[in-house]
Write a protein that binds this ligand. Structure first.
Ligand code: ADP
Ligand code: MG
Length: 652
């Protein structure tokens, strides 16, 4: 006799129920040849299913040796056992064990998915098998749309999908009416005739009578093993097809599996829409808040920085004394127009202007106003980036001849002239000096500008010589060339001034430091808000984990079925991980969409500034979602992968 296909030697299987051991199988010796049709019979509880599960490598023996095609299974790891199940065995269960949310085609294809068979081949074979079993018209039906007999035929097709060299049928007719039962037995007969090894577990002697060999089990022991006379076999109609993935196709197969994991995850998610939505909620809220908060923070920062820039972050002001509020400053009279000339020659300096200023009375007609009168150079408006609304600023020439011309600001214009008079060309008294108005500055909308100040500007020479009667300057404003580092320029300016004065009797003030403060503040604010957002994301992730754990428990039977048809632990783990990541990614996408809608609403209600969405924050949001999916999906996925297929299948 040739080497048996299945060889059990001294197999025992014990279960621990509570604190006592129970021997379900006792020292079983059995060999089954390829192509045999065997019935295992016995009373309920005698150990038939346990024996069958061991034969199908779904369960393991606690003692003894089991060889499949000469290969010892005791030494195989989980992955190798899964591959053995996948490639050799086809299971048929009493309760069909089809996946309820998949149609007949997809159920039949499942073993081939785990075997890495290409999609087109898979479809074709599933269609052929279903047609052979008379189910051509039911490819798209789900199990609950099929009768018991039809479901059992679908499960037979599934068992044959990868070849099904050995068909293991556990009470295949147990749940069927007589005629469907007969039909299933006829199919099993045909498969046997076609060369498949068929092992049927049954307590029904009439079913057992179909086999050519009947093994009777009682209390975990084989009590008889005899040949059975039965009607002669029909001629083999078709040899068994056993497509097995070659090693070289491994990578393609695993890529295909990954894609299938996505499809399966998607099907699982949409078949529980409400639960999926609730699972996502935490992630949606988390991502929405992260993206919105970052966008609001960025928008606010830009708004503030823009205003600071408008008043000139690239200017350095030089004042007499040691610092603001220095009581000696009033008597230090060393800032001179010559300093301005020297500063203007520095490479880094775009322009520098002297400043003198005092509060003086302005008069036009019978209106008196107290305003700040500033003496500045023609460069002042350039230094301070002040734009004119009407007229022109004074020129270098005006300054040289101490022209009696004045530029007034928006507020002064309104107070002196009202809305109806054109101020240009009018003569006003500045102190006691009559000056012609030649320009009006634009209204300053800057958030840092006091809106009710009154300012007028005269050429420095005019102001110093004819109005104020002083030679020294109150301050000097220096505009830095674009692109030059303000810190360095400030140092250069200080060095030059100290050299000229022989001592440091002045101080400088740079708006850049304010800007840096704003930036620092907004950074720490963003950090704080991000922390809150991260907390909400973690809470969302825990939500995902929680529901996934429930889902694993709920889908225990599904996991058992998948393992029975050949899914490896890694396949199951991958599937649940993909599901978790998918939930999180969809949640993240919804969150991003939501925060864009918030941004849109924001522009409807707040005109001054807008939320600024950056590509970075969106990418970060997706990365966070994926990470949360992986981190919080890990434990549920691991739990799913660790399930024992037998226990998982027993669960209802
Ligand atoms: P059969 O299929 O012949 O009805 P089984 O093989 O299912 O019987 O069970 C044989 C014996 O082993 C029964 O007494 C059953 O209670 C016990 N048994 C089966 N599976 C387990 C298990 N997972 N834990 C404990 N006892 C079990
Ligand atoms: Mg049983």
């Amino acid at each position: 006799m040739s080497q048996p296909l299945l060889q059990l030697t001294g197999i025992s299987r014990s279960f621990t129920a509570g604190d006592r051991e129970f021997l379900a199988l006792k020292n079983i010796n059995l060999s089954i040849q390829a192509g045999e049709m065997v019935a295992i019979t016995g009373a309920s509880g005698s150990g038939k299913s346990t024996l069958m599960n061991i034969l199908g490598c779904l369960d393991y023996a606690t003692a003894g040796s089991y060889q499949v095609n000469g290969r010892e299974t005791r030494d195989l790891d989980d992955q190798a056992l899964a591959e053995l199940r996948r490639d050799y065995f086809g299971f048929i269960f009493q309760r069909y064990h089809l996946l309820p949310h998949l149609n007949a085609m997809h159920n039949v294809e499942m073993p081939a998915i785990y075997a890495g068979t290409p999609e087109s081949k898979r479809h074709q074979r599933a269609r052929e098998l279903l047609a052979r079993l008379g189910l051509s018209g039911h490819l798209d039906h789900r199990p609950n749309q099929l009768s018991g007999g039809q479901q059992q035929r679908v499960s037979i097709a599934r068992a044959l999908m990868n070849g099904g060299e050995v068909i293991l049928a556990d009470e295949p007719t147990g749940a069927l009416d007589t005629s469907s039962g007969k039909e299933v037995m006829r199919i099993l007969q045909e498969l046997h005739a076609a060369g498949h090894t068929v092992i049927i577990v049954t307590h029904d002697p009439k079913v057992a009578a179909n086999a050519e060999r009947i093994i009777e089990v009682r209390d975990g022991e084989i009590v008889s093993d005899r040949a059975n006379q039965r009607p002669a076999d029909e001629a083999p109609s078709e040899p068994p097809v056993t497509p097995r993935p070659a090693g070289a196709r491994r990578l393609v197969a695993s890529l295909g599996l990954f894609k299938e994991a996505f499809v399966m995850a998607w099907v699982a998610l949409i078949s529980h829409r409400m639960r999926t939505l609730l699972t996502m909620l935490g992630i949606v809220i988390g991502i929405t808040s992260v993206v919105s908060i970052v966008a609001i923070g960025e928008g606010a920062k830009r708004y503030v920085l823009k205003d600071i820039q408008a008043i000139g972050s690239n200017t350095i002001d030089i004042f007499p004394g040691a610092s603001f509020g220095d009581s000696r400053a009033a008597v230090i009279q060393t800032l001179m127009p010559a300093d301005v000339v020297a500063l203007n020659q520095l490479y880094y300096v775009d322009s520098a202007t002297p400043m003198v200023g005092r509060n003086l009375l302005l008069r036009y007609g019978n209106i008196d106003l107290n305003a700040t009168v500033n003496g500045v150079s023609h460069l002042y408006f350039q230094v301070r980036d002040i734009k004119l609304a009407a007229g022109i600023a004074f020129s270098e020439n005006d300054a040289r001849r101490q022209a009696q011309v004045v530029v007034i600001d928006h507020n002064t214009r309104n107070r002196l002239f009202g809305p109806d008079v054109d101020p240009l060309g009018q003569v006003i008294l500045v102190g006691n000096l009559p000056c012609t108005v030649i320009g009006v500055t634009r209204e300053n909308k800057n958030m840092f500008a006091a809106s009710n100040l009154l300012n007028v500007w005269l050429p420095y020479e005019t102001a110093a010589g004819r109005v104020l009667g002083q030679r020294h300057l109150d301050s000097i404003s220096v505009r830095i060339k674009d692109g030059q580092p303000s810190k360095v320029v400030e140092e250069h300016v200080q060095k030059l001034m100290t050299q000229r004065h022989g001592t440091k009797d002045f101080f400088t003030n740079n708006l850049d430091s304010i800007m840096q403060t704003v930036q620092r503040t907004s950074r720490s604010l963003a950090l704080l808000l991000s922390l809150i957002a991260v907390i909400s994301l973690v809470v969302g992730g825990i939500g995902v984990m929680n529901i996934m754990l429930v889902s694993v428990t709920e889908r225990t039977r599904e996991i058992g079925i998948r393992m029975a048809v050949g899914a490896r632990q890694s396949d199951i783990r991958q599937q649940f991980l993909v599901e978790a990541v998918m939930v999180c990614l969809i949640g993240g996408a919804i969150g991003i969409a939501l925060s864009f809608s918030i941004g849109y609403l924001f522009t409807l209600f707040i005109k001054e500034w807008e939320m600024v969405f950056s590509m970075g924050s969106i990418i970060t949001a997706f990365a966070c979602s994926t990470l949360i999916g992986i981190v919080f999906g890990f434990v549920p996925a691991r739990n799913a992968a660790r399930l024992d297929p037998i226990e998982a299948l027993a669960r209802d």
